[in-house]
Design a binder for this molecule. Structure first.
Ligand SMILES: Nc1ncnc2c1ncn2[C@@H]1O[C@H](COP(=O)(O)OP(=O)(O)OP(=O)(O)O)[C@@H](O)[C@H]1O
Ligand SMILES: [Mg+2]
Length: 175
């Protein structure tokens, strides 16, 4: 079987299914699991608005940190619309990313994975996923076939497509 499984999550429902499958495989075969998230500053307003759970995650992060969420006037999307994010936006996106990873790690442990590591990165999501997976020593990458993006008419999201094309290990896309 595999030596090390890497799963990428953007917090979407499909990525959640990818975490479940990766965790089930890791638990069954006693494989260590690394969960990775790529922080998206700037262009992610629509993506964040699509994250069904984001209000919940944001409320949780707001409660458990000293971050000033006064910045959040209007919709959640406004918060992430700036292409040159302020310090507050960077902080909030980072905290939300940590929360996504924490929840995914909890889920993986719940499903019986003994060794769970989490990590986040910045930059082009596909490149960052490939780098993180390589660094973890993963020989399998698990992704959702869709994420939080908008291009529903395409069969595969652009991140999933690029990772599939460039990875030199097995890639599983979960539907
Ligand atoms: N920022 C990210 N961090 C970690 N994993 C990600 C990230 N973005 C995408 N992924 C992974 O890739 C999978 C597919 O998402 P992808 O972005 O390719 O589709 P999409 O959002 O529907 O389309 P697009 O982004 O092209 O509009 C997700 O389920 C997740 O596993
Ligand atoms: Mg996407």
């Amino acid at each position: 079987m595999k030596q090390h499984i890497f799963v990428a999550t953007d917090g979407s429902e499909t990525a959640g299914r990818a975490v479940d499958l990766a965790a089930e495989l890791a638990a069954k075969f006693g494989t260590p699991l690394t969960i990775g998230h790529v922080l998206r500053f700037g262009r992610s307003s629509e993506e964040m608005a699509r994250m069904a759970d984001v209000e919940h995650i944001v409320r949780h992060v707001s409660k458990t940190s000293n971050t000033d969420f006064q910045i959040m006037t209007g919709t959640t999307g406004d918060l992430f619309a700036d292409t040159r994010p302020s310090g507050d936006v960077v902080r909030i996106v980072t905290l939300i990313g940590e929360e996504i990873l924490r929840r995914s790690a909890d889920r993986a442990k719940e499903l019986g994975v003994e060794t769970v590591t989490t990590g986040s990165a910045q930059g082009d999501p596909a490149d960052a996923i490939l780098d993180m997976a390589k660094e973890a020593g993963a020989d399998m990458i698990v992704l959702g076939h869709r994420g939080l993006g908008r291009w529903r008419e395409m069969l595969l999201g652009s991140v999933a497509h690029k990772v599939n094309q460039h990875a030199d290990c097995t890639v599983v896309t979960v539907r």
